[in-house]
Design a protein around this ligand. Structure first.
Ligand SMILES: [Zn+2]
Length: 366
């Protein structure tokens, strides 16, 4: 068979001009394609391993007339790997507030390991998404139209994919689609072969036509950044041969001053309806807002747990910071909590220790 190499001029991820990293010669075309009968015909071809100077993604050109995909989901090797994956998956769940719906792209049987327990789980086998058509290769492509027809946007809490990003020529499109499918605050996990290890340990046998992209921590981080995600964690797997990355779809950002104005106005609104107001929290947020309000905010007390602040004045405040006490909350009708990270415990103390029954207003982080 006459091997036709698809020209590869630009980085598949960032579009930069690629540099030759090393010329690869006598690469067997059939890689890991096992057959039921004897196959003595072995073909070889010469290709090039490129590196992107900007994002550090190692890449080899795709073949025009080549198809290969293998599935060894039942091997002992995959089974032990799945154990390692399961512990990483459980770590992933800890990063997400909700775990109701899960989307997986994999063909290694990992979904059967997941404790579904009332969760919605959808697994896509990469092979089902292969581009069809005569002469096309079998490297799957997640079509945007397919995703849009198939699933509504922002419907998953959790995403994971095992391996496919090594085989695709459009990794950025795929991850942008994933962004489209994940809810805000949703988290994901990618597992790929570790390109850095393969190159640094000269693992020549792992450079084969089926593997187009060899990811490194830098290129994975770049992929996530370009597709609108925040990288939370990068970890080696399988003694360094695999790379795992956990990421998050950030919540929509509100401009800083818009948030400040919104919070100031909500405080001014609520204090109008109350007479005896106590502020709880003399941290950065408390100082900023007290300074900013100056005499527009009349309060009876400012309290904080930190004894080092007791007896001291915040900038712009005419009252000193006090330790919380039953007397302070006795006749109060509004407590404003600035110390939002301690909201739950402050509310508990107010109710249980001081018997406070008035209104509580907390400035949430979001
Ligand atoms: Zn690049």
């Amino acid at each position: 068979m006459n091997i036709i190499i698809k020209p590869l001029m630009k980085c598949r991820l960032c579009g930069s001009k690629l540099q030759v990293y090393e010329k690869l010669t006598r690469i067997p075309t059939k890689g890991l394609r096992f057959t039921n009968s004897i196959c003595c015909e072995v073909e070889f071809y010469d290709t090039v391993l490129y590196i992107c100077p900007l994002c550090e993604l190692y890449q080899i050109p795709d073949l025009e007339n080549f198809s290969d995909f293998y599935n060894f989901s039942n091997t002992k090797y995959i089974k032990s790997l799945n154990k390692e994956r399961l512990s990483l998956f459980n770590e992933l769940l800890l990063f997400s507030e909700k775990q109701e719906s899960i989307l997986g792209i994999e063909d290694v049987g990992f979904s059967q390991k997941i404790n579904v327990n009332g969760k919605k789980l959808l697994t896509i086998n990469p092979e089902q998404l292969c581009k069809k058509g005569g002469g096309e290769n079998n490297h799957f492509v997640l079509e945007k139209s397919f995703m849009a027809d198939f699933m509504p946007e922002h419907c998953f809490d959790i995403f994971y994919t095992i391996c496919p990003l090594a085989h695709v020529d459009n990794p950025l499109t795929i991850m942008k689609d994933v962004n489209h499918l994940l809810k805000e605050g949703g988290v994901g996990w990618i597992e790929v072969l570790n390109g850095s290890t393969l190159v640094n340990e000269s693992q020549y046998y792992n450079f084969m036509p089926i593997l187009l992209n060899y990811w490194t921590p830098l290129s994975l981080t770049k992929l996530l950044q370009l597709s609108g995600f925040e990288t939370l964690l990068i970890k080696h797997g399988l003694g360094g041969d695999e790379l795992n990355v956990i990421f998050k779809k950030p919540l929509k950002r509100v401009p800083l001053m818009q948030k400040r104005d919104f919070q100031e106005n909500s405080i001014l609104d609520i204090v109008k309806k109350h007479k005896k107001i106590v502020i709880w929290g003399a941290g950065a947020k408390g100082c900023y807002l007290i300074s900013s309000f100056s005499d527009r905010l009349k309060v009876s007390h400012i309290v904080d747990d930190n004894p080092e602040k007791h007896g001291l004045y915040m900038p712009g405040a005419s009252l000193c910071v006090e330790a919380p006490s039953k007397d302070i909350f006795l006749n109060a009708d509004l407590v404003i909590i600035f110390a939002v990270s301690h909201e739950k415990e402050i509310k508990k103390i107010l109710h249980e220790k001081y018997g406070y029954t008035g209104e509580i207003f907390c400035l949430t982080e979001n």
